[in-house]
Write a protein that binds this ligand. Structure first.
Ligand code: ZN
Length: 242
């Protein structure tokens, strides 16, 4: 059986590079305003589909402005995107699409993070991981504007939600998800545990469905990264429970 690691920004490794960028995705679903079921106004980070190109639909301009919308308007926009998204994508409020746009400068390491939930990869590291047989890597072009003359070749990985945090590591009094909008809010547990039955067996890289800012890699992924000498990720093994 695979081992699973929670992957985050390795700040010590990052300090060796001068990479600096300020960027966001080109399109996004709005937040949800005043859900008629739970009353919440919310959107969620960590649902990012850089490979999904909304320029293919005539309404793409409606996805360019960050704002909350009432349920009926949110559902209308979600339905427009659905045919372009991967088949099982949940597409909650705040889901992002399309290339990362913005300005960038400096030298980029093999892995560079925006926060702890968005991972950029240099082309040579992506090619190396693919040659090593790592599964589930989808490198997507970015539209970063570099100041230097020979910009690095930087891609974003589309990492899809696949597995779950185990019920045992969540608050015991946690309410079930809102039946109307699906919201289930809780803080990230200090000691996350993965739910064995929910974990994918066909990919080495994924996010958690019920905590999508957490990126998980297998021991195959970790070993290949370490053998390649590609720095920028800190790995923490997580226990798995059935
Ligand atoms: Zn709700």
């Amino acid at each position: 059986m695979s081992l699973f690691y929670w992957m985050r920004n390795d700040k010590v490794a990052a300090a060796r590079y001068s990479a600096d960028f300020d960027a966001g995705h080109k399109w996004g679903l709005p937040g949800l305003k005043n859900c008629p079921g739970c009353g919440a106004t919310w959107s969620e980070a960590g649902h990012e589909y850089p490979a999904v190109d909304l320029s293919l639909i005539p309404e793409h301009a409606e996805f360019e402005e960050h704002r909350p919308e009432p349920l009926h308007e949110f559902l209308r926009l979600q339905a427009l995107v659905r045919p372009l998204a991967p088949p099982h994508a949940e597409l909650p409020p705040g889901t992002k699409f399309g290339p990362l746009e913005g300005r960038a400068s400096g030298q980029f390491g093999p892995f560079t993070w925006l926060g702890n939930s968005l991972m950029l990869i240099r082309r040579d590291a992506l090619d190396g991981l693919q040659s090593a047989g790592i599964r589930g890597l989808l490198g997507c072009k970015t539209e970063l504007r570099f100041r230097q003359k020979t910009p690095p070749d930087i891609l974003e990985l589309q990492i899809e939600p696949r597995g779950l945090l185990h019920r045992d590591c969540l608050p015991p009094d946690l309410d079930p998800p809102c039946p109307t909008c699906g919201r289930q809010a809780f803080r990230r547990p200090d000691d996350p545990i993965l739910d064995l039955a929910s974990l994918p067996t066909d990919t080495d890289l994924f996010r958690l469905d019920n905590f999508s800012t957490m990126i998980i890699g297998t021991d195959r992924f970790k070993d290949a990264v370490e053998q390649g000498g590609w720095t920028g990720i800190s790995f923490r093994e997580l226990p798995v429970r059935s």
